[in-house]
Structure formats: C-alpha cells, structure tokens
Design a protein around this ligand. Structure first.
Ligand code: C2E
Ligand code: CA
Ligand code: CA
Length: 246
C-alpha cells in the first residue's frame, strides 16, 4: 500500500494550499487496485481501523517531512465511520501528531455525511474534541448523502467538499449550478471553507471562481501524484501566484 496526493488549489491565487491523501494498493499480479475496490471490503471488518491508522501515520509523517523542507500544506485524510466510532480514535490521532511533531492545524479529517447524520451526539462530541485541539474536519461528498442544506449549520465541521457529481454537471444543468451556488453561499454564511471536487474543465473552474468557491481539486488542476511531485507543483503554483500578484 502507498499513498498518493492530490493537490488542492486556491481558486483566487492558484496556489496549492494542501493535498488529499489517497490510498493505492500495488498488487504484484493485478497491478494498481483502486481504493473503491478494497476500502469497502476493509470497512466490513475492523481491518479498516488498522489500515486507517497506518494511513494517518504515513500522511502525518509526509506532511512533517514537507514542513521540514519549508513547505507547509494542509493534509486531508479520509476517515471511515468505523474508525471514528472507536473510543480511542481521538487518542490515536493525538499520539500520531505527537510522534511526528505535527501541528494539529495541518491535519484535515475528511468524513462523509452519513457518519455525521448517523449519530451526531456521540460522533459530534468526538469531533468537537478534535476541533478543540486544532484539527480541522471536512464533510466529504457533500450533497450525495442524507444531510439537508439546513442541517449544515448543525454539523461540527470546518470545510464542505462539494461532490464531483454536482461539479461535473455545472453549466450544463441549471439545477446543479443553483445547488452548487446555494452550498457555497450557505458555507460562506456559516464561516465554512469550500472545496469543489473533480474539476475537469476550464468552464467548471470559471463557474466555481465566479461563485466564489474558495478551493478546488480535479484532473484539470492536477491528478493525484507521487509524494516527490508535490513540492514541485506547490512551488510552481506559489511562484505563479507571486508573479500574478505584481
Ligand atoms: P474521495 O474521497 O471522494 O476522493 C476523490 C476521488 O476522486 C479520488 O479517487 C480521486 O482520484 C478522484 N478524482 C480526483 N480528481 C478527479 C477528477 O477530476 N475527475 C474524476 N472523475 N475523479 C477525480 P480514488 O483515489 O480512486 O478514491 C476513491 C475513494 O476511495 C475516495 O473518494 C475515498 O472515498 C476512498 N478512499 C481513498 N483513499 C482512502 C483512504 O485512505 N481511506 C479511506 N477511508 N477512504 C479512502
Ligand atoms: Ca475525500
Ligand atoms: Ca469526495
């Protein structure tokens, strides 16, 4: 198993602000197996807990190694419901941050809305402890699950990730454009950050910029890349942002 990283770009400056860690399984015979194939299977047992801890450990180690090289990025890590349900989840995260000497503010935990809707009391409390430590929480794939728009105000999160299914239909379907606009506006009102996922075309990016979505990721900007490529992309984006600022 290894992790690849997809850069997340500031839609105003073009700078890389962070990355999302995505797990890959390099199988000796079958080649690269995508996470959609093995994560759901791991989630059926407690294997996902062990796997998830390894992923967190590796992602935090990586963000600290970039930090030591003078590059500060926010590291987004996908977290499964079963991980969050573990009583010691907060302790595990804290221990891993301490082990690597990572600032909590550089960690962003990505959770799907089903986690949050399932048992908001218990999970919400745990998330509030994490957030009090400075760790940030994102609601992933927003719009695909059960959470209604009005529910957003009650979720203990810092960032909303707008699902690529809405981004894909931006422009061609006015209902989806209206929906994306509403999510961005509501997030802004609530003081939450916004990330658009799966941006593949220039017109989608321009629409998102017009709607004042803060950040985006997608093949147009960069596919997930090996760790060595991240500093190169991030530095190039910073130089571009500086030049554009003059
Ligand atoms: P996700 O969290 O929604 O991750 C984004 C997925 O969209 C990634 O697929 C990414 O490669 C893909 N993507 C990025 N840009 C584009 C684009 O422009 N167009 C399209 N069509 N797709 C794009 P990936 O890496 O195959 O991951 C799939 C899902 O597997 C993730 O969805 C996440 O739910 C899960 N996953 C991946 N890594 C982990 C992990 O470490 N832990 C857990 N619990 N789940 C993971
Ligand atoms: Ca994600
Ligand atoms: Ca997502």
């Amino acid at each position: 198993l290894h992790l690849v990283y997809q850069p997340v770009f500031d839609l105003r400056s073009g700078e890389v602000l962070g990355v999302e860690a995505l797990t890959r399984w390099q199988h000796p015979d079958r080649g690269t197996i995508p996470p959609d194939r093995f994560i759901p299977i791991a989630e059926e047992s407690d294997l996902i807990v062990e796997l998830g801890t390894w992923i967190l450990d590796e992602a935090i180690r990586q963000v600290v190694s970039w930090r030591d090289a003078g590059l500060e990025l926010v590291m987004g890590v996908n977290v499964s419901t079963r991980q969050l349900e573990q009583e010691d989840f907060v302790d595990v995260v804290q221990q891993l941050l301490a082990k690597h000497g990572a600032p909590p503010t550089q960690l962003l935990l990505e959770l799907t809305e089903s986690v949050l809707v399932a048992d908001l009391d218990e999970v919400g409390q745990r998330l509030n402890v994490l957030r009090a430590l400075g760790i940030r929480v994102a609601i992933d794939d927003f719009g695909t699950g059960y959470a209604s728009m009005s529910y957003l105000s009650r979720l203990p999160v810092d960032v909303v990730k707008i699902d690529h299914s809405f981004v894909r239909r931006l422009g061609s379907d006015s209902t989806d454009s209206a929906l994306v606009r509403s999510v961005i506006d509501l997030a802004a009102t609530l003081g939450l950050g916004t990330v658009a996922e799966g941006v593949e075309r220039v017109d989608q990016m321009e629409t998102l910029q017009r709607l004042q979505c803060q950040t985006a990721q997608g093949y147009l900007l960069s596919a997930p890349v090996e760790p060595a490529a991240v500093p190169v992309l991030a530095r190039a984006s910073r130089i571009n942002a500086l030049v554009a600022g003059f």
